[in-house]
Design a protein around this ligand. Sequence first.
Ligand SMILES: CC(C)(COP(=O)(O)OP(=O)(O)OC[C@H]1O[C@@H](n2cnc3c(N)ncnc32)[C@H](O)[C@@H]1OP(=O)(O)O)[C@@H](O)C(=O)NCCC(=O)NCCS
Length: 188
Amino acid sequence: MKIALQTPRLSLRPFVGADQGDLAELFADEAVRQHLAMAPMGRKGAAAFADRFITAAREEWREGDCGALALRLHEEGTTAGSINGSVIGYCGLRLLPDRISAVELLYALGQSHWGHGLATEAAEAVLAWGFSNLGVREILAFTRPDHTASRRVMEKLGMISGGETDRYYGETLAQYSISRGRHKDLNN
Ligand SMILES: CC(C)(COP(=O)(O)OP(=O)(O)OC[C@H]1O[C@@H](n2cnc3c(N)ncnc32)[C@H](O)[C@@H]1OP(=O)(O)O)[C@@H](O)C(=O)NCCC(=O)NCCS
């Protein structure tokens, strides 16, 4: 599927092989990795992980009509380091591991871009795209219970806390969701 989304500050598009270096930098940062349940890894490990991530994202798009999208700041972006068009993170929708329940929202940004509202901005565009283009009734999101910043993003998106669950990822995670109806109400 050809998809390209624009927000006031960001462009979102499917990953290409050339994004591997930027993505490897993201995964090489322990501050990012610790929230993504990723094992410690050096630069080589992060590069290999980035390769696998891009391959998996492409497969997700082929098989499930959704997946991770690469985030890039517009040239005139307001955040430091915004002028080189590099990939600063990802955001997207992915089928849950059981592949039947629903889709979940994903996001991660390089540390230098945290705290500017960019994850929320990207996720707003992705949720709107998801409800317009996928036949889903609701979109879920998960995070470690103590990950306050991620929980705050979910709350700012209008997602509602559904308590904690260990159903999908073998660890207890806070679960949030937003229904198609609630999304419509909040965005009208
Ligand atoms: C979580 C993450 C995506 C947030 O990105 P971001 O662009 O900084 O998010 P936003 O600026 O849109 O919103 C963050 C909110 O959390 C708040 N916040 C950040 N750190 C916080 C903390 N330690 N305690 C309380 N609130 C916090 C911010 O103030 C902001 O809320 P506000 O707008 O009401 O002030 C980013 O930190 C990240 O990529 N982390 C690593 C990967 C990751 O954790 N992915 C999610 C896995 S579930």
